[in-house]
Design a binder for this molecule. Structure first.
Ligand SMILES: Cc1cc2nc3c(=O)[nH]c(=O)nc-3n(C[C@H](O)[C@H](O)[C@H](O)COP(=O)(O)OP(=O)(O)OC[C@H]3O[C@@H](n4cnc5c(N)ncnc54)[C@H](O)[C@@H]3O)c2cc1C
Length: 484
């Protein structure tokens, strides 16, 4: 597939592009030799593509200069944080320039009375919470990748995490942005205040996956650390019992800070890697946490214990110390990495369903695994109905095996959409699910979204090949759907 065929004018490419960028920014900010580019072919998903050059900006002016240059020469720009994305968002599918924010990773301001921080996009998520902890504050969105992923990536993907059930996802914690548009214009959206005048452009930008522009500064809300927490691990003989318990807890009027679920296969991997103390004979386990002011927490814990017992929990553990709590969470947060104990590769899906449909969809996931002869582990944000089936495979088995794995993933996503859910909860559409957008959106919906994209990025150079179906890559899927 040539770039031109996808509607992007083929512009400056290859070594010449790298050399011209070196002239513009200096040698220490540009990589373009093949061996220097290898690292930027990948992210946390399964697709790869090599950029023509990588730029490591150290300030907004560098980003604006690159964007002006790229718009003059028809070169795609793909922003990149830590490359932990799980939908191929940072993959330069049509080549061009990858902008890596590793050198724009500072906290610019901590405004304690105003409960705000101003940060650069390359800042690692956990570093922010660590820096503001001495003030009794934290940044709420806590993706399980928070030791590595960046705030720029979180903004682009509108990331969630185990604790976003009660407190909301990234968009609920961002009040202002500095953005460089793909023609090099620098704009400021929002600020420290909660509500601005006019259109909510911060809201439009968060979750736009780098397709509307490049964020160079982020103003976030800081939240007082909860006074205390209660963390419960409940193991059930079956996944059905575990999933019915999730709706029962929320139906009882309790909204925990987190309700996470894992199946037996996930527990097997976690216990081999992390030794979190989850029982190996359970069909499914729940990790439930309530937090807030100390008064009343014990009552909430006891009510949850009553509900889990009534649903047949076979093992219960309540963390008595901060260390025990951390151990319980280490299992959940290390679960994706632990999959290496079971298989060399995994392909993770990110479908959302109405919470009450959990038992049926999990049975469907099991059925897909059996039909395709693939092992599928489940580790997910059960309270949000946000599934993460991890399809295990071995990429050395070749392209055909990867295609089979992707097919299994597609069936799971179709079931999620059919159940009234969606294609993605937090990992984004990227280049992995752009062909599937037609499962969920009508042509007129997609056309309205395209008009938004066009208003911000008329030349289509901001992270092309993401979010919207592209005629070349999506042809096969469209044909299959037409036949069906
Ligand atoms: C083990 C593991 C666990 C995970 N757990 C979670 C989880 O619990 N919740 C969750 O939501 N996600 C999770 N993720 C997915 C991923 O970590 C998040 O999507 C994260 O926000 C990506 O951040 P990043 O810095 O790695 O971004 P990248 O992967 O580098 O990029 C992601 C997207 O952001 C865009 N982008 C990056 N920087 C900018 C910028 N400055 N301006 C504009 N666009 C930009 C990129 O173009 C790309 O489209 C997990 C991933 C892994 C590997």
């Amino acid at each position: 597939m040539t770039v031109a065929a996808e509607g992007i004018a083929a512009g400056l490419r290859g070594a010449e592009l790298g050399q011209r960028l070196e002239e513009l920014l200096g040698r220490d900010k540009v990589l373009w030799r093949p061996e220097e580019l290898l690292l930027y072919e990948y992210d946390g998903a399964v697709d790869t593509a090599r950029p023509d050059a990588v730029v490591l900006p150290s300030r907004t002016e560098d980003v604006a200069a690159v964007a002006r240059f790229c718009s003059r020469h028809g070169v795609p720009i793909v922003p990149r944080g830590a490359g932990t994305g799980l939908s191929g968002g940072a993959i330069p599918v049509f080549g061009g320039v990858v902008l890596s924010f590793a050198r724009m990773a500072r906290i610019l301001e901590i405004d304690v009375p105003g409960l705000r921080a101003v940060v650069q996009p390359g800042l690692i998520n956990l570093h922010l919470s660590t820096a503001v902890a001495p003030y009794g504050l934290y940044f709420v969105p806590d993706p399980s990748s928070q030791k590595a992923c960046t705030l720029g990536g979180n903004v682009a993907e509108n990331s969630g995490g185990p604790h976003t059930l009660a407190y909301g996802v990234t968009t609920n914690h961002v009040t202002g942005l500095e953005v460089v548009l793909s023609d090099g214009t620098v704009v400021r959206l929002g600020g420290k205040a909660l509500e601005g005048e006019g259109y909510d452009l911060v809201g439009a930008f968060v979750g736009s996956e780098g397709t509307l522009g490049i964020v160079t500064e982020i103003t976030v809300k800081l939240t007082p650390l909860p006074e205390d927490k209660r963390t419960i691990m409940a193991a059930f003989p079956t996944m059905d019992q575990a999933s019915e318990t999730v709706s029962a807890i929320i139906g009882a009027g309790i909204v925990p800070a987190a309700i996470e679920m894992m199946d037996a296969l996930a527990v097997e991997a976690v216990e081999a890697a992390v030794h979190a103390g989850y029982p190996l004979d359970a069909g499914g386990i729940l990790l439930v946490e309530v937090d807030g002011v100390r008064d009343g927490l014990d009552e909430q814990r006891d009510r949850i214990l009553e509900i889990v017992r009534a649903h047949g929990a076979s093992t219960l553990r309540v963390a008595r110390t901060a260390l025990e709590r951390e151990q319980l969470w280490a299992g959940r947060k290390g679960a994706f990495a632990a999959m290496g104990r079971l298989a060399p590769d995994y392909y993770v899906q990110d479908g959302v369903i109405p919470r009450t449909r959990l038992p049926a969809i999990l049975r469907h996931v099991k059925d897909v695994g059996e039909r395709y002869g693939l092992r599928i582990a489940n580790v997910f944000h059960a309270g949000d109905g946000n599934l993460h089936p991890l399809v295990l495979f071995d990429s050395s088995d070749g392209e055909a095996e990867l295609e089979r794995v992707k097919e299994a993933g597609r069936e799971i996503l179709e079931a999620c959409v059919d159940a009234g859910g969606s294609l993605t909860g937090e990992h984004g559409v990227g280049m992995e699910k752009n062909c599937y957008m037609t499962m969920q959106f009508a042509g007129s919906d997609l056309a309205a979204m395209r008009r938004v994209k066009q208003a911000w990025d008329p030349l289509g150079l901001a992270n092309p090949g993401k979010v919207f179906p592209t005629p070349g890559r999506c042809k096969e899927y469209d044909l299959r759907r037409a036949r069906a």
